[in-house]
Design a protein around this ligand. Structure first.
Ligand code: GLN
Length: 216
């Protein structure tokens, strides 16, 4: 099975690990930048500047929900943010809630630095106090009927770029989006009882692996 990492600096990473364990997928908790890449003996001269010397050590990564500002504080140490930014450029990554905020290339309310990988504008804590946490069941583009979606102090995706496909919405705003090898949800599929969104990510990882092996 593919090697899936879960960024485990803060937030709901254990719940993602449990969801994947239920799908018989083992996971690795990622806490340091060197866990993202393995050294593969390439000479530094062949590596574009800013690229860590190595190939990805995992086939996919989940960036969990939590508090994006707190995660950024950890990521700003040891070049972790730079490593993660180059990692998510090519390796399938699934960001939920705070993870979606980190993947976005434009963060508002307030503006905040990010990995700049996913072509969306995202507004933090967009639902106000009364509505800030809620559970909805709504149809999506995923097969298998309506999906339960758990929102906790959720952000709102207010713009999607041309490469971004919307797979589910809430009040006409995207809540589940895909752009190539990247998947993002403003809700918490790891807290529901429905593994379909994780399965979608695993399919994306598998697909990426087969395409990469054809290129090799
Ligand atoms: N409000 C959080 C943030 O801005 C995200 C909430 C969540 O991940 N459940 O980072």
């Amino acid at each position: 099975s593919p090697a899936i990492g879960i960024l485990a600096l803060q937030g709901a990473y254990e719940a993602h690990a449990r969801t994947l364990a239920a799908l018989a997928i083992p996971t690795r908790l990622i806490r340091t930048p060197d866990q993202l890449f393995t050294s593969d003996g390439r000479t530094p001269s062949r590596i574009p500047s800013g690229t860590p010397a190595g190939t990805p050590a995992i086939d996919g990564l989940i960036i969990p929900g939590g508090e994006s500002t707190t995660m950024l504080k950890f990521l700003e140490r040891n070049g972790f943010l730079d490593s993660l930014a180059s990692f998510v450029r090519t390796v399938p990554t699934f960001g939920t809630c705070a993870g979606a905020i980190l993947l976005a290339n434009d963060v508002q309310n307030p503006p905040q630095i990010s990995l700049g990988a996913l072509d969306i504008t995202i507004e933090r804590n967009a639902y106000g106090r009364q509505l800030d946490s809620t559970i909805l069941t709504a149809p999506t583009k995923l097969p298998g009927g309506p999906l339960e979606m758990v929102f906790i102090r959720a952000p709102r995706i207010t713009r999607t770029g041309p490469q971004v496909e919307t797979l589910a919405t809430r009040d006409d705003y995207p809540v589940l989006v895909r752009q190539g090898h990247l998947l993002a949800a403003t809700f918490h599929p790891e807290l529901g009882h429905d593994p379909r969104v994780h399965q979608l990510f695993l399919d994306l990882v598998q697909n990426h692996l087969s395409v990469s092996s054809l290129k090799a």
